[in-house]
Every structure is written in structure tokens, then in C-alpha cells.
Design a protein around this ligand. Sequence first.
Ligand SMILES: Cc1cc2nc3c(=O)[nH]c(=O)nc-3n(C[C@H](O)[C@H](O)[C@H](O)COP(=O)(O)O)c2cc1C
Length: 256
Amino acid sequence: MTSTPEKNNLTTPVTEVLNKHVSVRQYTDQDIDDNLLMTILNASRRSPTSSNMQTYSIVVVRNPEVKKELAVLTGGQKHIEACPVFIAFCADITRLEAICEMHGQTLTKNLETTLVSSIDAALVGMSVQTAAESFGLSGVMIGGIRNNPKEAAELLELPKGVYITYGMCLGWPKEDLIPDRKPRLAEHVVIHKETYKVDNLEGEIRTYNQQLKAHYEAQNRNLDDDAWSGPIAKKQEKPNRPKLKETLESMGFSLD
Ligand SMILES: Cc1cc2nc3c(=O)[nH]c(=O)nc-3n(C[C@H](O)[C@H](O)[C@H](O)COP(=O)(O)O)c2cc1C
């Protein structure tokens, strides 16, 4: 029988890794051994997957020229060039299509198919990050890959029915350049017990703005008082990646 852990024993190697997480964008020149990488990727493939459909694929990129091009496609993110390994986590419905064809069915694509495959890709990627960090590696997820999804897909020779949900830089961190952990919103703002309740949301946002401002000030970076909400609000003025729907549709996904 599984028992509830003692109150004074609520730390495991996994919670320690999760609690230490920071995104790291500067790496040493040391490569990542392929055995280590495959250990991480194969452990991560134990992640749950919707109806065991496994509607994702992983593309590992080590080629410096390709990483250079990916850096350009993501808006000049230099850490993609700097990291020894870039991983593309892809939603992949090609196997669903093949299965349907084998059984004389037609794949009915809709928003759910797109969500299922994107969630599968997101889950396996999160496991990769945790497993990698448990070995002392560091990295950062790259949503910027969706700036130019079609061009990135062409570069990695992805077939129709595959798009990169997000990427990930992985490498050995430059120890003296590991950033401090970024504060998170208060737990009662995001964790609800039984029913959803938040009192004084604006006050909570202002409190978090102050915490984030102090976090950046400790790194000699000065931000406005609205350190968190200001830039986020500004970004919402215009729709982000307005052509994404038609681009994903042209790549074989449905958003209806
Ligand atoms: C799906 C996703 C996409 C992200 N895309 C980028 C990106 O394109 N470039 C980048 O530098 N950081 C990216 N990040 C990293 C976030 O900015 C970072 O996780 C967040 O600021 C919190 O910081 P922390 O991870 O250090 O705690 C992304 C994170 C996630 C989860």
C-alpha cells in the first residue's frame, strides 16, 4: 500500500529538480553525449500520451548551420546557436493518417486532433526538461519557433501533418551565469481548492509586479513598477502571430 509521506519528508529528487528550475540561455562549449541524450529522451517517452496515440515526434538538431538558421527564424535568439543540442517537439498526426489509411478510414481532423497532438508534444518536452535538469543540464523552451512555422518545418524536412509546437535549447550551464529563480505568482492566485476563488486580483498582480521588479533589480536591471503586467498588457494590443491559423492549416492541421 502506498502511504502518505511524513510531513518532514516532503522532498524527493524530482521536487528538488522542479524547485531549482530556471531557464538558462548561456552554455559552456561542452557537448551533450548521445547516450545521455538518448537516456533523457527515452525516459521522457514514458510520459502519458492521449489514448496512447503518441501523436508527437522529436527532432534533435546538432548541426551548427541548421541551428544558425533556426536562430534567425525565431527572431535572432542567439542561444539556439550557442547550445550544443536544439530539440524540436512536434505535434505529429502522420501516424494517425497512416493508421486510418491501413484500416480504410479517413482521419477526421479538427481542433481536438490539433490540441491532442500539441499537448502530447508539450508533455514529452516538459519531461525532457525535467530529466535533463536532473542530470545537471540546463535549457530554455523556444516558442519563438512558431514565428515562422513553415520555414522551420522545411528546414527540418517535416512532412505535412507535423509542426513544431515548441523547441528547446539544451546545454551545460555556465555556472556563474545561471540566473536567480524567477518568482512566481502567489500560490493562492493559481491553486484553487474545490472551487475557483481569487480575491483582489488587481492587488495580487501589483504585489507580483513588485516581486518581479525586485528580482530584476537584484540583477541590476531596472524595470517599471508594472514589471510583469505592463509588458504583457502591451503585447496584447495586437494579436500575436496572426497568420498562425492559416499557416497550421496549410501544414495539415485543422483548427475548426
Ligand atoms: C512554451 C514556452 C515557450 C517559450 N519560448 C521562449 C522563447 O522563445 N525564448 C526564450 O528566451 N524563452 C522562452 N521561454 C522561456 C520563458 O520565458 C520562461 O520559462 C519564463 O520567463 C519563466 O522563467 P524561468 O523558466 O526561468 O522560471 C518559453 C517558455 C515556454 C514554457
